[in-house]
Design a protein around this ligand. Structure first.
Ligand SMILES: *[C@@H]1O[C@H](CO)[C@@H](O)[C@H](O)[C@H]1NC(C)=O
Ligand SMILES: *[C@@H]1O[C@H](CO)[C@@H](O)[C@H](O)[C@H]1NC(C)=O
Length: 195
């Protein structure tokens, strides 16, 4: 008895779902990228670049914007928040060809070990990826040799992208605090969005 009631209900529901989807796509015909949401059109893109994190000197690219009253007493500087607009290049030298900019913030989010919360938009400014962005969000335990952080999305050719970056400190000046960090990015992107 119960089944008889349930089945028609599901049947009606499926019409409601299909109907509203069709309606929605008809109102947005130019958004043809929606079609490529189908699985199986993804490809893996590997990229390699360097971030230049300059915290001191005449032209810092990373600066402190906030800290807690207890931050200076914390061995991990817990509570410090840095705003960043780091140059990103093909090679480790700052004079190397520019690839893009890493814009966002990092903050000390661990009271016991040095662990940063990393929230960064990576904007490409060159070549086929020019204008596209990737969003990196995750934990960065900076003292580890290689840190892994999620790529949670993107725009432009990286619409609906996801992936992971591997970050490795290439060079660090203890006195100035400046660093060059090597990044390997593995991005699952939709091949239909290629320029
Ligand atoms: C990247 O795109 C911007 C905006 O469209 C343009 O001004 C700039 O010249 C482009 N850069 C390169 C290197 O193609
Ligand atoms: C490290 O930074 C200090 C202070 O800015 C500077 O005097 C020194 O030359 C730097 N060392 C290297 C190897 O660049």
């Amino acid at each position: 008895m119960r089944k008889v009631v349930f089945v028609p209900f599901l049947f009606v529901l499926s019409f409601v779902v299909v109907g509203s989807y069709a309606d929605w796509s008809m109102t947005q015909p130019e958004e043809d990228w929606q079609e490529s949401l189908a699985l199986g059109k993804e490809k893996l893109t590997k990229m390699h670049f360097y971030f230049h994190d300059i915290v001191s000197g005449k032209k810092p690219t990373a600066m402190k914007i906030a800290q807690a009253s207890t931050t200076t007493k914390s061995p991990t500087l817990f509570g410090i928040v840095m705003m960043v607009d780091d140059l990103s290049t093909e090679g480790p030298e700052p004079t190397s060809k520019m690839v893009g900019r890493a814009q966002g913030l990092y903050a000390s989010a661990d009271q016991k070990q040095l662990g940063l919360l990393f929230a960064m938009s990576f904007e490409f400014t060159n070549g086929i990826y020019n204008g596209s962005t990737l969003s990196i969000l995750g934990r960065n335990p900076v003292l580890q040799l290689v840190r892994e952080m999620p790529i949670v999305g993107g725009t432009g050719v990286f619409k609906l992208a996801r992936g992971v970056v591997f970050a490795k400190t290439c060079w660090f000046n203890m006195t100035s605090g400046n660093a060059v960090v090597e990044y390997h990015a593995n991005v699952r992107e939709n091949s239909d969005f290629e320029p």
